[in-house]
Design a binder for this molecule. Structure first.
Ligand SMILES: Cc1cc2nc3c(=O)[nH]c(=O)nc-3n(C[C@H](O)[C@H](O)[C@H](O)COP(=O)(O)O)c2cc1C
Length: 198
């Protein structure tokens, strides 16, 4: 089956791919996706290449009061890590997930495997992250892929429900922004391309 038969509106898909950009998690508001929309977005997100069909990823989502609840754990940890920082900083960290109506942690569950390198399992998790960004944008939401220190601190990871061997591939913030998104200069793909052959 050729690509043309897989979607019937190639020009709008190409226009979307040419113009899509991420929003800033700093400026997101609600409403966020409904439960049905979130289910649909995650169903789209897992349609990624996955060597060995291991599905080496999973999701934890934070909405409503759960954002402030986990924020308490982040702030407590921040206080231990940076006792020199003041109340302002603690408040910011405690409110990190409050910046958007929905935050989805995409978790890499990669582990040693006889045939599939861990790196390839992690690459598949990255594909899930970007596919989730695309799925959110296709649903009319703004999104941003972040990691932040939260992804690299074992206590913050535990607060988000990760087991010790799991990693955060991305914290995907999903919401709406009222201001037009500013693009940034994009890399020149042609300059990055070594072309062999015709
Ligand atoms: C793995 C990964 C982690 C990121 N972590 C952060 C982060 O913690 N904070 C941040 O502001 N941007 C972070 N970014 C960058 C944002 O996603 C940024 O908005 C994005 O590169 C712009 O994307 P666009 O090409 O979709 O417009 C991260 C990107 C990746 C791929």
């Amino acid at each position: 089956m050729g690509a043309m038969t897989q979607f019937n509106d190639t020009s709008s898909l190409l226009a979307f791919l040419r113009s899509r950009k991420s929003a800033s998690a700093k400026a997101m508001t609600g409403p966020g996706p409904s439960a049905t929309q979130l289910d649909e977005m995650l169903a789209l997100a897992v349609r990624v290449p996955d060597h060995g069909k291991l599905a080496p990823w999973r999701f934890v989502s934070f909405e409503g009061g759960a954002r402030a609840e986990v924020g308490k754990a982040f702030a407590a940890r921040w206080k231990v890590l940076h006792p020199e920082h003041g109340e302002e900083s603690l408040k910011f960290v405690g409110n990190l997930f409050m910046r958007a109506p929905l935050v989805v942690a995409v978790i890499s569950t990669a582990s040693e495997h006889a045939k599939i390198p861990v790196w390839e399992q992690q690459l598949s998790a990255a594909a899930v992250c970007f596919n989730l960004v695309l799925a959110a944008q296709a649903h009319g939401f703004d999104a941003q892929w972040q990691t932040d220190w939260l992804a690299y601190d074992h206590e913050a990871k535990a607060a988000m429900g990760l087991a010790p061997h799991e990693s955060i591939a991305g914290l995907i913030y999903v919401g709406r922004t009222s201001a037009a998104l500013e693009d940034r200069p994009r890399p020149d793909a042609a300059a990055l391309h070594t072309r062999w052959g015709a």
